[in-house]
Design a binder for this molecule. Structure first.
Ligand code: GRF
Length: 216
C-alpha cells in the first residue's frame, strides 16, 4: 500500500495567525498529513508572518494597494509558484472575487467564528452576546463566491457563560478553532473530505449537515 504524499497547503492570513500556527503545528506533529508550502499575508506587519518564519515556513506578503484585481493577480502568482493542493483562509480579512474563488473551488477553506449560517460577517462574538445566545462556536467551510455561505464541514459548539465578555467568549471559541481547523483539513488531506457535485462529501457520501463537536 502506498502512503499519500503530504498535502501541499497554502495559508492566507491578515494578522495574528493563531489558526495558521495551529495548522502548522498539526502538520509538524503529523496529526495533519500536510505540509505548509507558504503563508501569505495581505498586509505588511502581520504578526503571523513572524510566527510562520520562526516555524521555518516560507512566507510572502502581497499588499492590497486598493485595486482588487491587481491584488488577486499578484496573490495568484505567488500561490502558483507553490502549487498548493489546498488553500486555507485563516483570519484573512478580504473578500475574494468570484473569479478567484472559482480557480480554487473545492480546495479553498475558511474558518469563521460562528455557527454558520448564523452570524455571517464581522463582530460575531459581540452580536452573539447581544442576542443572548446560549451557544456559540466556529465553522470550517468550503469557500464559495458568496461570503461565509459555502458548505460547512465541521463546527465547534461552545457554551456562552453568564457574564462573558466578547473577549472571553472569543478566546473560548478560538481555542476550539485550533482543534477543528486541523481536523477538517486532515479529512481533506486523507481524501475523506471532497468537493463533488457542488457540495461537500465526507467518506463517500454527501454531507447533509456539518459534523458537530462539543467543547466545554
Ligand atoms: C479567528 O477567529 C477566525 O475564525 C476569524 O478571524 C480570527 C483569526 O484569528 N476568521 P487568527 O489570526 O487565526 O489568530
Amino acid at each position: 500500500m502506498s502512503a499519500r504524499a503530504p498535502l501541499r497547503l497554502a495559508i492566507l492570513i491578515s494578522g495574528r495567525g493563531s489558526n495558521m500556527e495551529a495548522l502548522a503545528r498539526a502538520c509538524a506533529s503529523g496529526t495533519l498529513a500536510a505540509r505548509v508550502a507558504v503563508v501569505i499575508a495581505d498586509r505588511s506587519g502581520a504578526a503571523g508572518i513572524d510566527t510562520a518564519r520562526a516555524l521555518g515556513i516560507e512566507t510572502a506578503t502581497v499588499v492590497h494597494a486598493g485595486d482588487r484585481s491587481a491584488f488577486e493577480r499578484a496573490l495568484a502568482a505567488v500561490l502558483a509558484r507553490h502549487a498548493p493542493q489546498a488553500v486555507a483562509l485563516a483570519g484573512f480579512m478580504r473578500v475574494l472575487s468570484a473569479q478567484f474563488v472559482a480557480a480554487y473551488l473545492g480546495r479553498l477553506f475558511n474558518i469563521h467564528p460562528s455557527l454558520l449560517p448564523r452570524y455571517r460577517g464581522l463582530d460575531t462574538h459581540r452580536r452573539v452576546l447581544a442576542a443572548g445566545e446560549p451557544v456559540h462556536g466556529a465553522s470550517v467551510h468550503f469557500v464559495t463566491a458568496e461570503l461565509d455561505a459555502g458548505p460547512v464541514v465541521l463546527q465547534s459548539r461552545v457554551p456562552v457563560r453568564p457574564g462573558d465578555s466578547a473577549a472571553a467568549l472569543a478566546a473560548r471559541v478560538l481555542a476550539s478553532e485550533h482543534v477543528i481547523y486541523p481536523r477538517a483539513l486532515g479529512w481533506f488531506a486523507a481524501g475523506r473530505l471532497a468537493w463533488q457535485d457542488g457540495g461537500a462529501w465526507l467518506d463517500g457520501r454527501p454531507l447533509a449537515a456539518p459534523v458537530v463537536e462539543e467543547f466545554p
